[in-house]
Design a protein around this ligand. Structure first.
Ligand code: ZN
Ligand code: ZN
Length: 152
């Protein structure tokens, strides 16, 4: 699977992964950061993820200072591409809209629905949480490549 930014100067590739399941976050930070109604992310193993081209990096510490979110974007067109977080080493969260074949992705969980836009109706077949979900449960739903969780 491959993807990249809007202008084409940054491309990424995932080796040997099936199509990931994604989740949507409706929190206000994600709305602001995406410039849209919610963020949609796929989580893959860092060792299978390769980025080609120069990326810009922005590091944001959590309010308690225990975690740092490292955000990566194209320095030319400012497309947000992916992020890592010091609280989940070995994983990369890719912005779903940067997949070349983003139409193949499904959203299997929704978090922070208490901040979702009122016009948006969430498919009740999939779990949702008014605020954040327990990470282990969310990662199980999206089948994240975490050690100790079984992979299908
Ligand atoms: Zn670009
Ligand atoms: Zn969010």
């Amino acid at each position: 699977m491959e993807g990249g930014c809007r202008c084409g100067s940054v491309r990424w590739r995932i080796e040997g992964e099936r199509i990931p399941r994604t989740y949507a976050c409706h929190c206000l930070d994600c709305q602001t950061w995406s410039g849209s109604a919610f963020s949609q992310q796929a989580i893959v193993a860092r060792e299978r993820f390769e980025c080609i081209g120069k990326v810009g990096q922005f590091d944001l510490p959590s309010s308690d200072g225990n975690r740092i979110s490292n955000q990566f974007a194209c320095p030319a067109c400012f497309t947000r591409l992916y992020n890592t977080n010091t609280s989940r080493p070995g994983l990369v969260a890719i912005r779903a809209g940067t997949f070349d074949d983003s139409h193949q992705l499904t959203v299997v969980a929704h978090i922070w629905t208490k901040r979702k836009q009122p016009w948006l109706t969430i498919d009740e077949r999939y779990p949702s949480w008014p605020e954040g979900a327990p990470q282990a449960e969310l990662f199980r739903l999206i089948d994240a490549p975490v050690a100790g969780l079984s992979r299908k």
